[in-house]
Design a protein around this ligand. Structure first.
Ligand code: NAD
Length: 413
């Protein structure tokens, strides 16, 4: 991330705090996690040597419900990054109106350097350490960067050995066989698609002509977003992966691109080629960054030609670029709302685990739509009242206000 993410998160909170009139005590309470844990996890490598990895868990706010957030395995994980991400999770859950506060965890490790058995030992070591302060009514971890449903399965197994019962709801993002939810795979892209539909309904010029779309990143989120959009007649004119971008002004066929990527390892080669930098600056109605953080920066922000940006990735726009986009009249639907589909279906997984009653995929999609529509309309209402704010600030105003009102009613501040 550019700059210190925790500093950025606190600066955003300060801005919101001025808008909604938080007291110094309230700001101080929310600017730090309620709990922060760190340790060195020691595991035996396959060659018999011992290795130690720094590990963290940050629990930002429990006023609206248990802490919720992923565990990231990455060499660049830092204490401050984990603290910031846990704060942003509080805002995301609050914007989506789901009854959680924010949490986040991480291990400083490059998982590509570990064998599968080493990765399993490290995942189990994390669950053993975290078992003292997580749980289905306390803090519910999930996958994040470089962690997946298999890692959640190992963690659940380790956690259940310690607890001596079967608290499946203590982790989400699990494989279906052990209590994962139908529809989790599609959830974030589908939530982004519902956001696109909601935005389209609000913009007059899109009433008769659907907007054109460019998607950066054809991974899980980018693929499902593009697929749902194409299925109902939107035109996606370009898409990319880490190797490059392809462009067809008449519209791309996503299944053709998938088959090509499966054969060649990349999207490149099926339509006209572009660099990722060119893709970001195409003249299009909606740009949907769905790959990495910090892709819209001081270097390219003046060249962005999209009318709207839907942030499917986490943190694709740097704070300074956000202000410039606003000045240029480009509306950014922020990540806390646009990619909240993932955490929402994680919430559904938790609800299903706790009740022991499982829903079909179409039930999951229907419930997701209801939550995404409500969250968008609530944000839009504030946007109409306070058009001078960025949509990000608008979403934060709603999010922080809800957390503060829970804190006040609990008598915590
Ligand atoms: P993924 O690993 O499945 O896909 C990422 C895609 O981005 C890949 O196609 C990769 O080739 C591409 N990519 C990498 N570097 C690129 C570059 N420089 N230019 C263009 N493309 C590049 O990841 P994902 O799960 O789809 O997540 C994407 C983003 O969405 C991340 O920011 C993630 O944090 C965020 N997110 C994901 C979820 C989820 O449920 N998966 C939920 C919330 C937020």
């Amino acid at each position: 991330m550019l700059g210190n993410p925790y500093k950025n998160a606190k600066a955003q909170l300060k801005e919101v705090s001025k808008i909604i009139g938080l007291t110094a005590k309230e700001y101080d309470y929310l600017s730090k996690p309620e709990h922060f844990y760190k340790t060195k996890l020691k595991i035996k490598l396959d060659n018999g040597e011992l290795a130690a990895f720094s590990a963290f868990r940050s629990q930002h706010s429990s006023s609206r419900g248990p802490y919720k957030g992923g565990i990231r395995f990455h060499p660049g994980v830092t204490e401050d990054e984990v603290k910031a991400l846990s704060m942003w999770m509080s805002w995301k859950c609050s914007v989506a109106g789901i009854p959680y506060g924010g949490g986040k965890g991480g291990i400083v490790v490059d998982p590509k350097m570990l064998s599968k058995t080493e990765l399993e030992r490290l995942s189990r070591a994390y669950a053993r350490w975290a078992s003292k302060f997580i749980g289905c009514w306390i803090d519910i971890p999930a996958p994040d960067v470089n962690t997946d449903s298999q890692i959640m399965a190992w963690m659940v197994d380790e956690y259940e050995k310690i607890q001596n019962y079967n608290p499946r709801a203590s982790f989400t993002g699990k494989p279906i066989e052990i209590g994962g939810s139908e529809g989790r795979e599609e959830a974030t892209g589908l939530g982004g698609f519902y956001t696109l539909e909601n935005l389209t309904k609000k913009i007059k010029k899109f009433r008769n002509k659907k907007p054109t779309i460019v998607v950066q990143g054809m991974g899980n989120v980018g693929y499902w977003f593009a697929k749902f959009a194409l299925d109902v007649g939107y035109k996606v004119i370009a898409i990319s992966d880490s190797k490059g971008a392809v462009y067809n002004p008449k519209g791309i066929d996503i299944e053709k691109v998938v088959r090509h990527k499966e054969k060649t390892g990349s999207v490149v080669g099926i339509y006209d080629e572009l660099t990722n930098d060119q893709l970001l600056t195409l003249d299009v109605d909606v740009l949907a960054p769905a790959a990495l953080e910090n892709v819209i920066t001081g270097k390219n922000v003046q060249k962005i030609n999209a009318k709207f940006i839907i942030e499917l990735a986490n943190g694709p726009t740097t704070p300074d670029s956000d202000k410039i986009l606003q000045k240029r009249g480009i509306l950014v639907v922020p990540d806390v709302l646009a990619n909240a589909g993932g955490v929402t279906v994680s919430y559904f997984e938790w609800v299903q685990n706790l009740s022991g009653y499982y829903w079909e995929k179409r039930e999951v999609f229907k419930k997701l739509k209801k939550i995404m529509d409500k969250a968008f309309n609530e944000m839009w209402k504030v946007h109409v009242e306070k058009p001078q704010l960025t949509l990000r600030m608008t979403a934060y105003v709603t999010a922080v206000s809800r957390v503060v009102s829970a804190m006040r009613v609990l008598g915590r501040v």
